[in-house]
Write a protein that binds this ligand. Sequence first.
Ligand code: UN1
Length: 457
Amino acid sequence: MNNKEYEVLVKKSKEISLKWRTLPAPQRGELIRLFGEELRLQKVQLAQTITKEARKIHTESLGEVQEAIDMCDFAVGLSRQLYGLTMPSERPNHRLQELWHPLGVVGCITAFNFPMAVFAWNFCLAAVCGNSIIWKPSPHANQCAKGIKKAWDKVSGDFADLILVLEGGNEEAVLICKDKRIALVSATGSTQMGKELAPMVSARLGKLLLELGGNNAAIVCPSADLDLTIKGIAFSACGTTGQRCTSLRRLFVHEDIYDDCVKRLRNCFDDLIIGCPTKEGSQIGPLISEESYNRMQEILDSLKSKGVDVIGGERINIEDPKEFYVKPALVLVDTIEDEMLKETFAPILYVKKYLDLKDAIFMQNNVSQGLSSSIFTNDMRESELFLSESGSDCGIANVNIGTSGAEIGGAFGGEKDTGGGRESGSDAWKNYMRRVTATINYGDELPLAQGVEFDES
Ligand code: UN1
């Protein structure tokens, strides 16, 4: 997009935001409700677009559209709950109150792996809070963005411009980040991307909401229900071909159950059905690109060259030269290898034995990322330790479920190199508004706070 076209886009977005913000929030919610209805009608069709572009299997694509629908429902509820607190004033006949107002234009940069749901997290909250949005989707997912935009255009009447799509790559992301008129930039992607973009937004003191890389771990304790555990691990590590920010990458297994657990995992990984995502029964589709495949192989080669035990990871179904199908890799390590500290966006699961739960928690936390984590145990002392302040340092901590597949009702995001942002549920809406503290004097005197005296006579 050239500069002139970009200018037109931002001006349109600004203009519509000024109209939209004057609409009472419940009326904004009503349009979002209609949008949710439209998504329901188009659910299968939209899922097919996701499968076509992002190569997700059909059930996961349906799940992703459902996540967008859930966000609409959540935002409709919120439209009557954008509460501000009223605090007791220390002065007589005074009220102290918090007001929440829209920010204006929100910039949203999304990744290929959740081309609709992550946009919905941002859009539904931004919109119900009274903002417009400029959306830069991943270049791998422009059709998904078109599908969503079309659904919005159909129901939004005069407010079609509330979603404006800016197709492109890094250059377009930079335009958004440097633009002072864009009050908040919400970006999902790698930690490296976040570190490049964040200084541009910070330099103009703009607001940032980052959802960056994860390097998620699970701990399997001796009391774990192994049937449930293996299922949870398989979905988290191999689902979406290991290309979720919440994908399970590291597993710490207690030595008492290590052999049994590894044996079961090997069998389970062998049984997974890898194939065309449109084909009924496929559980793992291809990686998004050849680069992604090459990165996976580089990591596995480097591990193999050090004599580390790598099971699987090879390319399969090579009769289709444009698609990169891989067997998920199980990597059995004795010590923490450097490769484990990086996020590789592919189905690689490192497995390490542990003796003491505190060590396992330490190893789990001892990476630069802090998104998601799990413990599999039936011992409440272990699960409570894991959830305590001395436990997992991640934004998401689960018990007896895998690291991926969060519901929209909770706040989503993580600490450290994951960027610190929280999106979707709980009170994440506050990120999309500005807070005004208002003090109202309804008396006929002017007492000053903190007992200060100022007599002008
Ligand atoms: C992502 O991979 O960027 O919790 C988002 C999950 C999904 C969202 C993942 N609901 O796995």
